[in-house]
Design a protein. Structure first.
Length: 676
């Protein structure tokens, strides 16, 4: 058997079956139910509340647990030494549990001596992972994962005071194939343990469950959730956490939407969850959920975050809007001036800044452009060069747009349709008409809308049935012959699907076709100087980025190839004036930005090098765009909301140093949701 590690490339199922793109939807109470519908779940901004580092060096926390006792909160967590920026540590070195306490989940936290350390003499214990603590019978019960030659094990230690712990003398409670990340909940008159597992050797990733009356003796396993992915090699059923609220059970599970992402599934049955019950997303890794009085909190940690982060948990009547990975957005306007749009950090109003002199690289001041907005805007460029800006209203109420006139001025904002779950993807077809592709609230479907004529203020009606449920907003690209092609992630990330125009500006293929295997987030797509499209996507958990290129312009596709290591989202692309693509990839946590480029248009990729600034964390992958001189500009937002830029010294050439880009604080977002 392979040795188990936190992100070991576990052997997936043998088949590569496709998850149907259409049909997945939101769970809802039936008329016979007395319960109200389930709530949607989101989270506010995360705050960094506890650093476990010591004088010997930085440390990280990972899977953890929070419990309140005698008016004070206690934290127990995987802890380890941080790896170099952007790299994952050796999880086999996770051999103790950190312990800290605080009056509130938000702190201030006081560090204590480690609660438990590895004991190899204890039935072959190899590591200490994912503690979970409950109180019962006058003492505290810590369940944790510990490996061994005879299989992954779930073990137990107990304590009377949360400081001194004694392992269960009889040994592990049970063993499994990849059993880890236990979480225990009282359901009715019994205890239920949820944990990460495989359905069988080489099988699917599942959340298993067992039942107990005494917390020591546990039933044979059942399966509470089976991941749709049949060909993934990295676990995506990690850190399961179940909360009961108003008769509904909510399963928090990850990594989803990248390493730092957790999806929420709702069900009335605590022993069965599925993607039809999708109920929201929290932008954190190994998320735990606690209530302190009337306040609910989500806590998160992970390899790339150096400690504990806490955010207010939101129980919502409407789904939280999806945030674009583009942060900010930039494009040439009607006068061929590079124009940048971002959201203000204080009120999320839209800001605009325009390059006044491309040769001198001078810019206007930031100016108000409208808002507030529910997400970063998206841009389309009409055939006459005029920009069209599409914005999501707060809370996803509807879409708005604003068009640039030929003289460079702007029309007023107009309602464009809604409600919507994200700002739409936009492209111009072979006839010069803009087409937009919008995700509905909660990702239930994809709709399409097209201009009635090139540059026209009149638009055709929405085609609401263009696509079924999707796991992220769609992306669109233009083939060399002008045919549009749309790519979308299936619910749960089990695959990428695509649909394209059969003729330039004409009808679309009747059905979506599977394009790629499991992906951790929405893909990116760009066209290089050879006329071929390249699609890039992160693997499940964000463990790496892979790309796939057209074999010939408008033609078939080559195989997927590795592109970057750990990535927060698919890389940002820009095409140089000589036709070579440039790609920029951000690691989870935003500590490292890497850069690769094609050695020739449509050719192989240079090995690349680091592109960011040491000591500067970015909130999201950067935006990249060409100015009127042909130089590429890269715009990035730090986790503090400060915008930075880096510009080519000459078209298709080397790069100048990073500099500040204005003095306004802009709203940082990460892929999928508001910033961690």
């Amino acid at each position: 058997m392979l040795p188990i590690s936190r992100r070991n490339l576990l052997r997936g199922a043998a088949g590569a079956g496709a998850l149907p793109f259409l049909g997945a939807g939101r769970a809802a109470a039936s008329p016979a139910d007395a319960l109200p519908p389930p709530r949607w779940v989101g989270a506010g901004p995360f705050s960094y509340v506890f650093d476990p580092s010591t004088p010997s060096g930085p440390r990280y926390l990972n899977d953890h647990t929070l419990i309140k006792a005698q008016g004070r909160w206690h934290l127990f967590s995987i802890v380890g030494d941080s790896a170099p920026r952007g790299e994952s540590p050796d999880s086999t070195g996770e051999t103790s549990f950190a312990h800290a306490s605080a009056p509130s989940p938000t702190g201030p936290w006081t560090a204590h001596a480690d609660a438990l350390t590895l004991d190899r003499s204890y039935f072959g214990e190899e590591h200490l992972w994912a503690p979970h603590v409950v109180a019962a019978g006058g003492r505290f019960w810590m369940f944790y994962a510990a490996g061994g030659e005879s299989g992954a094990a779930i073990s137990l230690a107990t304590s009377a005071d949360l400081f001194t712990w004694t392992r269960e003398p009889s040994g592990p409670l049970f063993r499994g194939i990849a059993a880890r990340d236990p979480m225990v909940l009282r359901v009715g008159g019994e205890w239920v343990m949820y944990y990460t597992e495989l359905s069988g050797p080489g099988g699917r990733h599942v959340v298993a469950h067992r039942r107990s009356a005494d917390l020591v003796h546990w039933s044979e396993p059942g399966i509470a959730f089976t991941d749709a992915t049949t060909d993934a090699t990295v676990s995506v059923t990690e850190s399961p956490y179940v909360v009961e609220r108003e008769g509904w059970y909510y399963l928090f599970i990850g990594p989803r939407g990248g390493y730092e992402g957790t999806d929420v599934l709702a069900s009335q049955d605590p022993f069965h969850f599925d993607l039809a019950g999708y109920a929201g997303h929290v932008a954190g890794h190994a998320v735990e959920v606690v209530a302190d009085g009337e306040a609910w909190y989500a806590s998160a940690a992970g390899w790339f975050r150096n400690g504990l982060h806490v955010a207010p948990l939101q129980w919502r009547d409407t789904p939280p809007p999806w945030q674009s990975t583009d942060n900010p957005v930039a494009c040439l306007d009607a006068a061929s001036r590079l124009t940048v749009f971002a959201l203000d950090a204080s009120d999320r109003s839209m800001l605009r800044r325009v390059q006044l002199d491309p040769d001198a690289d001078t810019w206007s001041q930031w100016e108000e452009f409208g808002g507030p907005a529910g997400a970063a805007p998206t841009l389309g460029r009409n055939a006459d060069g005029g920009l069209e800006v599409f914005s999501l209203a707060p809370e996803g109420a509807n879409l708005h747009h604003r068009a640039q006139r030929p003289d460079g001025g702007w029309s007023d904002w107009e309602e464009f349709g809604g409600p919507a779950g994200a700002a739409p993807a936009v492209a111009r077809d072979a006839h010069g008409r803009l087409e937009v592709f919008a995700l509905s609230p909660g990702g239930a479907s994809v709709a399409r809308r097209r201009q009635g004529a090139p540059g026209s203020p009149a638009w055709d009606p929405w085609e609401t049935g263009f696509g079924g449920a999707a796991g992220a907003p769609p992306v669109v690209a233009v083939n060399a012959d002008g045919r549009l092609e749309v790519f979308a992630l299936s619910p749960g990330g089990a695959g990428i699907f695509h649909r394209w125009q059969e003729t330039p500006g004409g009808a679309w293929t009747a059905a979506w076709q599977r394009f790629g295997t499991a992906s951790g987030a929405a893909p990116r797509v760009a066209r290089d100087g050879s006329g071929r499209l390249t699609v890039a996507a992160i693997g499940p958990s964000g463990v790496g980025t892979f790309s796939r290129r057209q074999s010939v312009p408008n033609g078939g596709w080559d195989e997927w190839l590795p592109m970057f290591g750990w990535s927060a989202a698919a890389p940002a692309f820009a095409a140089n004036t000589d036709g070579r693509l440039e790609a920029f990839s951000l690691t989870p946590g935003g500590a490292r930005l890497d850069h690769r480029w094609q050695t020739a248009p449509g050719g192989s990729w240079d090995p690349g090098r680091e592109f960011g600034e040491p000591g500067i964390r970015l909130a999201a992958p950067p935006a990249a765009a060409l100015d009127a001189t042909g130089r590429t500009h890269v715009f990035a937002v730090t986790t503090e909301g400060r915008m930075r830029t880096r510009v080519q010294a000459q078209p298709s050439g080397g790069w100048r140093p990073w500099t500040a880009f204005g003095d306004r604080r802009v709203a940082p977002v990460v892929s999928g949701r508001p910033a961690l």
